[in-house]
Design a protein around this ligand. Sequence first.
Ligand SMILES: [Zn+2]
Length: 99
Amino acid sequence: MIAQTVGVLLLPWFFCVWIFCAVAAQSAAEEKGRSGFAWLVAGLLFGVLALVAIAAFPPKRFIERGPSMLCPRCRSYVPWRASACRYCQASLVPEHVGS
Ligand SMILES: [Zn+2]
């Protein structure tokens, strides 16, 4: 009986968290240039799992720019042919490229 009562009380909270995960996944997806609606649906289907998944996804813009390279100084991935690292501001232009 007690477990049932607790279950009934927790159900609305569970739904709130579930909906929150879906909305958070949507906004996170849109922030990364991905389909917000698709991730909203994914959030409704998978709850927290969708939120974790979109958090682990790299931004789509980054992928669309093409291949990336490792910054020699901070080991972060930066777009291929970037002139400077966006994280540590290290210059990535080879010295022999002049003019
Ligand atoms: Zn760097």
